[in-house]
Design a binder for this molecule. Structure first.
Ligand SMILES: [Zn+2]
Length: 158
């Protein structure tokens, strides 16, 4: 087979490629989402749906029985305060505006979900491999699954 040395060809071209790019732009980070899904499966956390239709903000993962929403957010698009990545120097205003818009929408959606009684867990792209988010999620689910464990606990609750 002939090979072009030094030329990297994108295997996806045309519609497939632009479809992929629009998903990258729209959903933040696809590979991060897949990594999160792998962790959920690995840790036996079941009962979720992906890209939940009909739930405000369409959470990346949603646990309908417990009403827990999990958002997987790319650090760049969602303006992660820790990574605080610089916006590209070209078309700076354009990027800043887009990112600010995303950040505002995130805040609004989360506020509304919480008001609706949904627990919201956010996983940043940079913390996918640091599984502290799994514990946050696990305790949010446990809280919803055991209504008598805390809420109705008497004076002996700790
Ligand atoms: Zn980050």
């Amino acid at each position: 087979m002939a090979r072009l040395v030094g030329v990297s060809r994108d295997p996806l071209e045309g519609p497939a490629r632009s479809e992929r790019m629009s998903r990258v732009r729209g959903a933040g980070n696809r590979s991060t989402e897949l990594a999160v899904e792998a962790v959920l499966v690995e840790d036996g956390l079941a009962g979720w749906v992906k890209q939940a239709q009909g739930v405000r903000g369409r959470p990346d993962f949603y646990f309908p029985a417990e009403r827990v929403a999990l958002f997987v957010d790319g650090c760049f698009w969602h303006a992660c305060p820790r990574c605080n990545r610089n916006t590209p120097s070209t078309r700076r205003e354009f990027w800043s505006a887009k990112i600010e818009e995303t950040r505002r929408r995130d805040n609004r959606v989360r506020r509304q979900l919480r008001r609706d009684g949904v627990s919201v867990i956010r996983v940043w792209e940079h913390e996918v491999n640091d599984k502290r988010w799994v514990r946050r999620l696990g305790s949010a689910l446990a809280k919803r699954r055991g209504p008598r464990s805390r809420a109705d606990a008497g004076p002996d609750s700790t």
